[in-house]
Write a protein that binds this ligand. Sequence first.
Ligand code: DC
Length: 212
Amino acid sequence: MIITVDGPAASGKGTLARRLAKHYGLPHLDTGLLYRGVGYLMLEGNCALDDVATAARIAQELDVSKLDNDALRSDRVGEAASQVAAIPGVRVALLKLQQDFARQPGGAVLDGRDTGTVIAPNADVKLFVTATPEERARRRHIELAARRTPVEYCEVVSDIKKRDERDSGRAIAPLKPAPDAVLLDTTGLDIEAAFRAAIEIVEAPRAGRTRP
Ligand code: DC
């Protein structure tokens, strides 16, 4: 079974995808980490984020075994990732790796922005996880405070809206729900409730119900 989980920043898609993967015993790919890897190396190398040739080369040479690095989780790297993700050469370079992951025997869970639309359009289940920008900013604000990186709440809201706009407005593989994706709005849901709702969506056809 292939499950795709797409959605905007801080919607809870990553946590849900990990929980679903564990529940169904499937391998999980956080595709955002690939773009974060490229963004991180661009920043480390002091490269301009609109240097398309360098970004594409870094994406082609990306060593996925080196992505398990806390430094990739920062908002600065997330912002850089969003910028390099709009470069066609970067997306093309990372395409096959993601498609191969989705097509492995037994299936997989992938989360990101275009996993249901571009990477695995034939996925068995597609979730589009969202929440209001204010709710996503609230969650991110708490997370940043816990990491002792205090930022003003209104700054977090504005960053989230800016990232949404860039990820949804780019010409190539923009963030948007696949026509057959099921929308899961996690505003007002804690992670347990969101997980139960996700399981409901995955299980609906097996229980003879149509997906909501
Ligand atoms: O999910 P994330 O915050 O780790 O993703 C970081 C950025 O990477 C996001 O703002 C846009 C880009 N991205 C993408 O364009 N396509 C994906 N499938 C995943 C992430």
